[in-house]
Design a protein around this ligand. Structure first.
Ligand SMILES: O=C(O)c1ccccc1NCC(=O)[C@H](O)[C@H](O)COP(=O)(O)O
Length: 261
């Protein structure tokens, strides 16, 4: 079993447990359930450099990144830096995140928020809405075509945008459907943890133009962004590079200033 298999096996147990404790009807009573969502795709389309900055305490590939930052300050800092959106990891066991992180981020800024989670069940999409997300992530490698369709259509019915993550041609082929807004190419091979921007370059021409393209993972330099932009990427998801510092927001500010030089 690789790391994704472990994460998904644990996620199934976690979701089943949660369902038995908090029913969907209770999630739907959240005041955030009725809020008008923000569009990350629109912000990326109109931005010169579409940075999506992530809150990520630890990861399977890097172990501990930073346990000392507070989500409120990270969210405020990212917003002040001028990022287009914020990604919040809500998985506890492997990334040290939680739904409370999403709730705090929602209360701290007006950025479109991506719930970064391993979504395998409609319940998690209802949760995302109830905790203030604007966008959900679906990972093609762990979902069938039918599941991608069912989950993305549910998200759209709740006015959530959908970012579909792919790693290769086969995942792209099975996933193209109108209920997706953004296609994310993950530069990290989630089986080996190797990172290569060549993955984004290779898949860029195969992604239909109707989708906003986002390059994800392993991005830490201005050069990487300037290399990927001509391939049609309008969004760049950056986690560790900001989170490993003492002030993620200041690091994002510096990074964005350098991009404009
Ligand atoms: O980051 C990992 O080690 C990881 C392992 C297994 C599944 C997912 C993983 N990461 C999720 C992400 O997609 C990244 O957090 C995101 O793209 C930001 O990457 P980075 O800028 O390299 O922190």
């Amino acid at each position: 079993m690789n790391i994704l298999d472990h994460i998904i096996a644990d996620k199934r147990k976690e979701v089943n447990l949660k369902k038995s404790i908090i029913p969907v009807s209770q999630l739907e009573q959240s005041v955030l359930f009725e809020r008008s969502t923000l569009s990350l795709a629109e912000r990326l389309k109109t931005s010169t450099y579409g940075i999506v900055a992530e809150h990520k305490r630890r990861s399977p590939s890097k172990s501990v990144i930073n346990h000392d930052l507070n989500v409120f300050e990270v969210a405020k800092g990212y917003e002040n830096a001028g990022v287009c959106g914020m990604s919040v990891l809500t998985d506890g066991k492997y990334f040290g995140g939680s739904l409370d992180d999403l709730l705090i981020a929602r209360a701290s800024c007006q950025l479109p928020l991506l719930r970064k989670e391993f979504i395998i069940d409609p319940y998690q999409i209802i949760e995302a809405k109830a905790y203030g997300a604007d966008v959900i992530l679906l990972i093609a490698s762990v979902l069938t075509k039918e599941a991608i369709k069912q989950l993305s259509e549910l998200a759209k019915s709740l006015n959530l945008e959908v970012l579909l993550e792919i790693h290769n041609e086969e995942e792209l082929q099975k996933s193209v459907m109108p209920s997706l807004d953004m296609m994310g190419v993950n530069n990290r091979n989630l089986k080996t943890f190797e990172v290569s921007l060549d993955t984004s370059k290779r898949l860029s021409t195969l992604i239909p133009n109707d989708f906003v393209k986002i390059s994800e993972s392993g991005i830490s330099t201005i050069e990487a962004i300037k290399t990927l932009q001509p391939y049609g990427y309008q969004g760049f998801l950056i986690g560790e590079n900001f989170m490993k510092t003492d002030h993620a927001g200041n690091s994002a500010t510096q990074f964005i200033n350098d991009l404009h030089k």
